[in-house]
Design a protein around this ligand. Sequence first.
Ligand code: NAI
Length: 397
Amino acid sequence: MIIEPRMRGFICLTAHPEGCAQNVKNQIEYVKSKGAINGPKKVLVIGASTGFGLASRITSAYGSNAATIGVFFEKAPSEGKTASPGWYNTAAFEKEAHAAGLYAKSINGDAFSKEIKQKTIDLIKADLGQIDLVIYSLASPVRKHPETEVLHRSTLKPIGSTYTNKTVDFHTGNITNISIEPATDDDIANTIAVMGGEDWTMWIEALKAENLLAEGATTVAYSYIGPALTEPVYRKGTIGRAKDDLEATAFKIADQLKDINGKAFVSVNKALVTQASSAIPVIPLYISLLYKIMKEEGIHEGTIEQIQRLYAERLYTGAEVLVDEKGRIRIDDLEMREDVQAKVAKLWEEATTETLPAIGDLPGYRSDFLSLFGFEVDQVDYQKETNEMVKIEGLVD
Ligand code: NAI
């Protein structure tokens, strides 16, 4: 079929297999171009199909020749209906990895459930024995609690008072004011249940109970901080509470891993266009101003540059891992540079529908967004008949 983007709000309903495959190839080439990393050899990535998790899987495989197991929740294709992008990304990754002689298998299902944890445990036992790195990179709006069966929904709300600020519709470039009502206590608790540290702990406890974590194993989850101007809706809002919980969980897990000399970290990453971040009000405008500045300064990075740097310059340098005063790895250092933030804050004041084309990088935002779904990717012929029924070679039933 000929596959075109079909937008609905901040999601795209279609995905292009060839475009997704080209994105994966580009990421692989980037990691290879940066040279070998003395990194992990057997890696489990939870949330492995898009965004930072996919970049982690690619960096593990192509930076240090690691065998990888990826867990994710993606929609398979059906005749005339494309899969979700993470499906095509994974199909392309596995094809490349297998051709390069690298072990790669995948599990598609709800990572919050007991069933998917058990399936992963069985696969590790059968194929890899023990894991030396567990990346936790889930971004989900909902979680069915495995014990209580309650369905928790996360929200993106301020806490305490209504938050009003500018936001952009990144399809039209229209800037309007948005007001978001404050969260209830239930909203806060639900968001912590979905995006906090409980499920990360459950994964590590389940793996450890089966002796599947190697001596010295490391686990890393991803967090975000961002600037003062997004604080009310991000870091001091419901999602920020969940990130506080995730960050506190790293210390608890580190304690649990002491007997095997294991380590647990949270890495604070840069704001980037992913399916998860495009759904957050205010953030797309911030990102389009940030991109403009970071590109002008020559310090712009995407997910693969971020994660390659996380491995090569933080986790696997051979020296003690560099952390901030709260024990977090910071690869948002370039985003948070004072001069960068001062420039973004100034542009924020100036940003209107009329000024944005000149002062922001909305084209960069849009093109990154479309590229998440495999569209507007260089070297892809979008006029060509494309087979949507792509299989993931190493998908475990
Ligand atoms: P993403 O939307 O690109 O990826 C989410 C991944 O989670 C996908 O592989 C998806 O299949 C998987 N997933 C979602 N629900 C699942 C479920 N129930 N079971 C199994 N897999 C499931 O998101 P992104 O942006 O890469 O986020 C990953 C982490 O990075 C999150 O913790 C996010 O808060 C954090 N982060 C994101 C930043 C950004 O600007 N995008 C910045 C800093 C941190």
